[in-house]
Design a binder for this molecule. Sequence first.
Ligand code: GDP
Length: 431
Amino acid sequence: MPVTIVLGGQWGDEGKGKITDALAASADLVVRPNGSTNAGHTVVTDDGVYKLHVIPSGILYPHCTCVIGAGVAVSPPDLMREISALQERHVRLGQLYVSDRAQVIMPYHPLLDLYEERRRGAAGIGTTLRGNGPAFTDKVARRGIRVADLLPGAEEELRRKLEILLPEKNTLFVHLYHEQPLDLDDLLREAREWGKALAPYVVATEVLVQDAIASGKHVIVETAQGTMLDLDYGTYPYVTSSPPTAAGACQGAGIAPTQVDRVVGVFKAYTTRVGAGPFPSELTDEIGALLRERGHEYGTTTGRPRRVGWFDAVAARYTARLNGMTAAALTKLDMLDPLPEIRVCVGYRLGNQVLNAPPARLDLYLRVEPIYEVLPGWQSDTSAVTSFSDLPLAARRYVERLEELIGVPITMIGIGPARRQIVWREARALA
Ligand code: GDP
């Protein structure tokens, strides 16, 4: 099994960090293919809780090489802070590599995010204000600064690029947003410092990854966010700026689709999403509040409260098919322990029509009514269960029903944040 992609099947925060961590125990290399510091993964090991942002979860295993791929937008100060925080906890970082082709979140990007959200007011898209969107916008507009541009020796070239770029940004700052302009020399000084700090980690990561695959190493691609936030297939425009799909994972990591053996979709046993946008199965009542508190549904990076709802099997089946999932991991099943009954959204009603896939038009998606199937709850503690057959019958039925609805075998079930709190059903993947 040389290449496994782990990705989110919902709107992000599915618990991919924990699932990647579990799979990384047998991996040689873990690659982050997309996203930026606005993504956050939480991994709980025997040494405590680690909040990772852009560094892959594999970093917590000394045997694992970790790669930040070309599809990522890197904020050098945030990355250096993340590196220092891990070093303070004695995590070995000798095996961390950053792609020379990764985009850089420049100092003007978070400012553009902030000023633009302010300008849009209530019509803002609720970004994390980290400059992620503007950095990816510049990438596609072919005016992005890449990690290679920061390295010692590239200073003159960087100056030439910024001499063209900065007047454009400053025109927006001054005339559209009525804010202060940035100074070219300050920017160059900062970029030089960033380049010096990053240089020891920078390589052509796609070559490193291809070499690893060629020598039969087990590679895991740890995708950030979730497919329902994809630019093409998500709830546009309430989406993220780099592709969280299996195809995007290949692109960002430098891996060909023909080299992928497994695609593991991670789903939470209910649904959450951050920011605005359609969410047909959203719970705004006390059950939603209970799940938010029990599940600590607040952003790892931003602390923002997440919106909470029932499992949306329409969206789940859609993402399972788009990504060619070969297996699914279901996390946080234990969060449902106290509930007397559990609902699953199995269709979207739109007027007198039933939709079995998310509509492209946002105004229609906002109007659909969830069609629910009601399943019995189990009202007992699942957090110490070690095998599938030990789960209460109603919990097994719930998992089996989701499996049917998603159309993919559920091979891992999370019943708590700790490493050991996973029920493995590997045989299902082979069935
Ligand atoms: P990610 O970005 O997809 O990795 O998701 P987050 O890290 O934002 O959210 C997952 C949170 O849920 C973390 O705090 C995990 O420790 C926790 N978690 C993951 N799986 C489980 C589980 O099965 N049960 C419980 N109770 N917590 C879990």
